[in-house]
Design a protein around this ligand. Sequence first.
Ligand code: GLC
Length: 634
Amino acid sequence: MTMLDTDAAADAARILADLEAAHGVDADLRRRVEAHLPRLHGLFRSLYGDRPDALEQLAAVVAEAAASWRSRPIELRARDRQREEEPDWFESERMLGGVCYVDRYAGTLAGIREQIPYFRELGLTYLHLMPLFECPKGNSDGGYAVSSYRSVDPALGSMEDLTALAAELRVAGISLVVDFIFNHTSDEHEWARKAIAGEPGYEDFYLIFPDRTMPDEYEKTTREIFPDDHPGSFVQLPDGRWIWATFHSFQWDLNYANPAVFRAMAGEMLFLANQGVEILRMDAVAFIWKRLGTPCESLPEAHLLLQAFNAVLRIGAPSVLFKSEAIVHPDEVIQYVSPDECQLSYNPLQMALTWESLATRDTGLLQQALDTRHALPEGTAWVNYVRSHDDIGWTFSDEDAADLGIDGFAHRRFLNAFYVKGLQGSFARGVAFQENLKTGDARVTGTTASLAGVEAGDRGGEDRVVLAHAIALSTGGIPLLYLGDEVGQLNDHGYLDDPSEAGDSRWVNRPRRPTALYDQRHDGSTVAGRLYARLTTLITTRKATPEFGGNALIPFHVPHASVIGYQRPAAGEPLKRVLVLANVGDEPAIVHADTLSGFERHAADAITGADIDLDDGILLGAHKFAWVRVSALW
Ligand code: GLC
C-alpha cells in the first residue's frame, strides 16, 4: 500500500490516468475530477494522512464516483446541468418545503404519489420523506436505525417505487429530500453483523472495546443524548464487549477514523443520488468524529468529513445538496454551513426562539438572533421551520442571553415548565422529552397547534400558529412545513399504547395524516379551514414576493418588547423592502409613525395590496403581524 503523496497533483494525475485506462473519462467528468479531486485529496490527507491505505481508499472512492456518473440517468444529468446554470435555485422565494412520514401520512410510497396533487395545491417545491429504508422491526427510532441504504422498508414499497416517485415529483416541480443517516447504522446492518463477528475488513467499522476502560475515559467528556434509553454513550454487547451508541442501543456509531467506512458510505450516498434524491438531510452531523478528552461533538474532523462527502458528490452527482442537521449551540450550527460543506442547514435557533418569544411575550432574544446570527455565507440557505418531528431544545447561547440580562439555565427551566407543565398563564400542551434528572435538562414535544394554544382552546391559539409560520415564511431560505400543521393537527397520545413507541414522547407530535381536518380545509367555519386559508394566503404571498428570497435581512427595532421587526430588501434595489412586524404579545401594539420615519409615507400591505399611510402608524393586534411593502429613504 502507498501513502498519499504530499504532491496532490501527482496523486490526482495518477488516479485520473487509471480511470482513463479502465473506462475512459468524458469531458464533463474530467472537468469535475480536475476541479474537485485536489480538494478531496487534501481532506484525505488531513483525515487519513497517517494511514497506509489512504491512497488506495481515495482512488476507490473516486472510481466509485466515476462509475456512478457513468450510470447516472440522463434526466438526472439534465438536472445537474440545470442546477449548474442556476446555482442559487434553492434561494428562490418560490421554495416551500414539506416533511412527513411515509407510513403516517400516506401508508406507502404509492400513497405519497397520490398526494402529489395536494402537494401542488399547497405549493411545495421540496418534499422531505422521513426515513424509509429497511430498519429493525419494532423500535427503529422512526427509521433512524438503517439496516440497508439500498432497500426501502418493504412495508412502504421498493427502491423502484422510490425512484419512480422521485421522477414524478421532479416533473411536478418538487425536489425529493431523504435522510442520509450516516453517523450510525442499525445493529442489524450487514456491516454491524460482520463487525461483531470479527470478519476481516469490518472489525474497525464501529467502535468496539473489550471492557469499560476506554468507554469510561470517553464518557468523562461526552454528553448523554438519550438518557431514557441508556446512560452514557456506550452499550454492552451480549459477549460483554462495549460498543459506541450515541442514540439508542440499537444505533451503532460508525468509525470514520477508518477510511474504509468513508468509502463504503460514499458508495451508499452515490447510490441514493442516482435514484433521483436531490437533497440529503445529513443526520446527526455533530457526532461523526470522536476524540478522547473532547465532547466528541462538532470536532474539526466532522467538518472535513462532510467536505469530503461533498467533494465526492461534486464529482459523481453534482446537483445533489446537503442539509445539515446540527441541533447544537448556534456557534456550532453555523460552522456546518458553506457551499463546500452543507449548502443548507436547519435553523434551530430561530425555531426555538420563536417559541421562546411566544411564551415570554418578549422578542428580545429572537430579535438579537435575527440581528446577529442570521447572516450566512453566499450560496447557502437556512431551512426555517416552526417545528420538526423531533423535540424543541432550547439551543440559544447563554452568552447571548446574559447580554440581555437573562440567565440561560433558569430560562430553560421556565420554558420547559411553560410548555410541558402548564405553568400558570401557559397556553401550551407540550410533553417532556428526555428529561435528564442529573442535569435538569429537558426538551419539549408537541404539534404546532397543541403548543400554540389551539388544543387548550386559548383565544390566541390560531393566531400564534399563523404568526409562527409568518416568521418562518419571511426570514429567507427554505420554509419547511410539518405536513398536517397547516390544518391544525393536535398531539396524538396514541403512542403510549404501542410498546415500541411508548418510551419516546416525540411520537406525540408525529400524528397520522389528519384526514378529517384536511376534509375541512375549505370550510372557513372550522379551525382547519381558517388556518389553511390564512397559511395558504401567506404562502401565495411569499411566492409573489421576491424580497423573501435569499437571506438578506436588515434589522428593524421597534420600541415595544413584544414586537419583532426586520426588513427584507429587494435584490438590486436595496431601498425597496418588505418590512415584517410581528406582535407576540396578548395586547395590541402600535408601531408609531416616528418609528417608521425612515420610510416614504406611502406603503402597501404585501398580502392584501391595500394602501397604508405610515403617518397613521401600524396597529398590530394581539399575536398579529404585518408584511408591509415600504421604500426606505436611505
Ligand atoms: C436526528 C433525528 C432524530 C434521531 C437522531 C438519531 O436527530 O432527527 O429523530 O433520533 O437523529 O438518528
